[in-house]
Design a binder for this molecule. Sequence first.
Ligand code: G3P
Length: 217
Amino acid sequence: MKLFVDTGSIKDIESIAALGILDGVTTNPSLLAKEPGDFRQNLKRICEIVKGPVSGEVTATDFAGMLQQGHDIAKIDAHMVVKVPLTRDGIRACKALSGEGIRVNVTLCFSAAQALLAAKAGASFISPFVGRLDDIATNGMELIREIVAIYGNYEFTTEILVASCRHPIHIVEAAKLGADIATCPPAVIEQMFNHPLTNIGLEKFLKDWEKAQAVKA
Ligand code: G3P
């Protein structure tokens, strides 16, 4: 399974990419709005660091505007993926941009029916938001199970990019269901490393080693 980080922070992307476990980056307007500087230059820099798919989202809500912004975003770098919302205009823009060979990530997906539409429109990625479904007392992971089954039935090539992951369990559950990608904030990637028994075990190994060296000396 591929692991993406959901952030616009170049500093965080650099430090996670240095770990060698990062496959791509997702951004959205809320995340990019937090970062200083020009968003196009920031996205270009992110592409240079990650050398994998980097999603940049349109802010237009009409078909023509989405196409224009989609072309602008795609021009930033060959790694750029155009993110469009799952609306009628978004699905239409997905079909048009995909037809031109531009990769599209259809975002704000909250139902299996919506995921089916994105696949039919040629999306390269579908982004179901599991955390936001959990927030309204609906099991987000059930949606992933449904999409995995539906895409498998028809061999759609759209990759399932599990978004709005809030904790490591979301990532693990997504992997168990066979989702292609999970994207999560930098803090969640940090949490994935942590286990108290790893720290306790390492401390004991090192203490035992030091003790033995002292006896031999
Ligand atoms: O980028 C889309 C998604 O991952 C947002 O997550 O935590 O704002 O629901 P969240």
